[in-house]
Design a protein around this ligand. Structure first.
Ligand code: C5P
Length: 240
């Protein structure tokens, strides 16, 4: 049974195993998953995944955004599956074969999440990369197309902006997982930092998000444990 805290993914956006260890000890019992990105994984390797698994029930979201030939991605996904990570990210922009290879490699041991279009990519970037005008003038159309392809390839879900969740659920079905960054609790003053479009935890779960990536509102709070608990309560209330 999914608890409110299980919706929370805390990104370990730090550069050392020691610094990560501080947050792992602090938050293991307050959140559902830790996100390990390229910086930390390149620095620490699989040891960081073991640290998280040893600390408690929180799972690992390995955010490596793989993009390579299908065979290489398949082998990498197999290795991630063997480490027992809950989710692994793969770019959707290459080919259906690459997504299918990731799913095959994972052998059901880790869920593959597609990265549709990075939020740092603008409509101009899409046009200058040579995409058809329909995508250059409407990036959401490209997000929808790639989400549908990820679903067809057997991915468990996608990472998307909160504003795209409803569209993704319509295109791919309610069971297709949507992981949403850009979350800012109202009590934190809705500071946007460098996120351009933000939603509160309650808005995000009501929109259908299955997991919320929440970094700075927890990390920079005076009491990160209390911040995580307050967010869990907000999610609980929103879920009724
Ligand atoms: O909550 P906060 O803005 O601090 O979260 C930042 C984290 O969310 C980083 O790990 C970043 O990679 C991730 N992220 C993001 N925007 C996206 C996708 C992921 O901020 N579109």
């Amino acid at each position: 049974m999914k608890k409110p805290k299980d919706y929370i993914i805390f990104p370990l956006d730090v550069s050392s195993r020691e610094e990560a260890g501080h947050y792992i000890r602090l938050l293991s019992h307050e959140i559902g998953m830790f996100k390990v990105g390229l910086e930390l994984f390149i620095t620490c390797g699989p040891a960081i995944v073991k640290d998280i698994h040893d600390a408690g029930e929180a799972r690992v979201f390995l955010d490596l955004k793989l993009h390579d030939i299908p065979e290489t991605v398949k082998r990498a996904a197999r290795a991630a599956g063997e480490m027992g990570v809950r989710f692994l990210t793969v770019h959707c922009g290459e080919s259906m074969r690459m997504l299918t290879a990731a799913v095959d490699g994972s052998a059901g041991k880790t869920g593959i999440l597609g990265v549709t279009v990075l939020t740092s990519v603008s409509a101009d970037d899409i046009r200058s990369a040579g995409f058809r005008d329909e995508f250059g003038s409407d990036v959401t159309a490209l997000v929808a197309k790639r989400a549908a392809q990820a679903k067809d390839a057997g991915c468990e879900g996608v990472v998307s902006s909160g504003l795209e969740v409803a569209m993704i659920k319509t295109v791919c079905g309610a069971d297709f997982i949507s992981v949403t960054p850009g979350i800012r609790p109202a009590w934190d003053g809705m500071k946007t930092d460098d996120q351009s479009r933000v939603a509160t935890p309650a808005q995000a779960v009501l929109n259908g998000s299955d997991y919320l990536v929440i970094g700075r509102p927890i990390r920079d709070a005076k009491d990160p444990v209390q911040a995580a608990r307050t967010i869990s309560e907000e999610i609980q209330t929103a879920l009724g």
